[in-house]
Design a binder for this molecule. Sequence first.
Ligand code: URA
Length: 274
Amino acid sequence: MFKKLADVTRSQQPVFFMGDYLIWNTIPHQSADNMGMSVRSYSSRLDRFISARKGMKRADVRLLLAQKRVQVDGLIATDINQLVGQFSHISVDNEVLQDCVPRYLMMNKPAGVVSATEDVKNKTVLDLLAPDERVGLHIPGRLDFNTTGLILLTNDGHWSRQLSLPERNIAKMYTVTLAQPLDNSYVEAFAAGMYFEYEDITTRPVKLEILSDHIVKVSLVEGRYHQIKRMFGRFQNEVVALHRDAIGPLDLDLSLAPGQCRALTAAEIVSLAN
Ligand code: URA
């Protein structure tokens, strides 16, 4: 039942505009999971799910299964032990019991919006999406209010947990513009790690690539609170602009203007999950 990556990629729909900001392409009933990748976590037994959803006795659910009246992801299901997850498409006869499509977006975050699902004072990244497109999304790996660049949005909690596992060492790449000129002494200090008293931790090695007097590429594998600003703060050097270019193998799509977003391709979803 698993499709090959090539088939899935061909099945994508074209990109189109919705609203002022949104670029969108969807992969209906499609996720990295049905490419045989372990992106999705299976959480519930099929008979339990149907019993709870339809208020039926488990013996009656078994009968439904035996009568071949249940479908999971378009296939007849007969096994009471079959596991289903948040994104399994489940129907009994022609009644759809669950139809939650996994969604994975990248946004070019503009400055001046909060990386949060809601905020009483300021506009959030979710406010940049049409109301019906926001439902259920969360943000793995937030950026500060004035930081710009690559941010992810998804409704797949398992996928986002994979991204934040420390042992995966997923590097985040930033371009940093500084108020004062920098020199090679920074490179050593960032690579050695810095002790943050408040959290009682020493930062893991951070790579710097100096591009000019005031501009540097930064690559780090953790995401401590205001980490980049605090590290340059040790040199009394203020960060005047901070832009995230990439998360692991995923580069910000340069065709996205600030505030625009698009769905990740199947290959991009998988590249981050594995
Ligand atoms: N480090 C910061 O200081 N801010 C960000 O938004 C990201 C990394």
